[in-house]
Design a binder for this molecule. Sequence first.
Ligand SMILES: [Zn+2]
Length: 326
Amino acid sequence: MIKINHYILLGFAISAALLPAQPPPSAPAKPDSDAVKALIEKAKKAGGAQWAGEAHFFCEAPRANRPDDPPIEPTKIFDNVYVIGNQGTVVYVIQTSAGLLMIDSLSANQVDTQLLPGFQKLGLDPANVKIILMGHGHADHFGGSPYMQEHYGSKVYISAADWNLMENPPAGAAQKGPPPVLPKHDQVVTEGQPVVLGDLSIMPVAIPGHTPGSMGYIFPVKDNGKTHMAAIYGGTVLLPGIISDQGLQTYLKSVAHFKEETKKAKVDVEIQNHPLMDPIQPKLDRLKTRKPGEPNPFVVGRGDYQKFLEVMAACTEVNIARRKGL
Ligand SMILES: [Zn+2]
């Protein structure tokens, strides 16, 4: 009896502790000061017209992905890349000479409703997924992977720090409902050690902040035979409220690190696992009616890819300034 009461009390304490971490998305607790407003202007200026929506999302109106984000039509977005999921969270399936590699895996409860139907719609066999590469160790990304491991023998790759996060969740990180089923501990992904499948080589970049082991990935894609470099920042902070002060500082450094690496790799393709700050549906619509010679909407160019990350950094500085009460 005492034990049960204690457990219930602990549950209440944890829920209460989590409540302030989920503020209404577009209602800051207090109006921004002139100093913060100036930083927001700086972010908007950095982004220009191309990234106005991104600056508004990250600096002023962030929101988390939701279970009711509308599904997208599963689509081939490059010669070798497919996207499956919904407007809040997606996975990318990459065709290689030795089978399929998937980045992220949606939630466990989206396997039957979105993931597998997506493969079917695209004419892809989920049994060909050899590797699942995870952006970070949260259940909206790894939840579908135990099914893939069990049914198709896919191997799951996650950074050491996020295997640890998943397998030893920190005290206080209580979830609603039962804990998610974890994938079997397969492979560790490390910055500087490319993940290779057939003719595909993906470069992992460590980007701690959202989680201790968040990873970004850089890899070549082909658009009508022409090679481009794509990058996905696998640990984007959507709601800064859930990140500690130190986490935000770490995140700022990681964005700068990713900026350097993507610049070196000449990245010109911007994709997201939570495409909320740069909505994916309009791009899929444009692809559908794309005529020969028209650009692929996911190819933003090298300069604009760097600007995208500048806006992420500038809005993180906005959030840090808000924390400091500037
Ligand atoms: Zn997450």
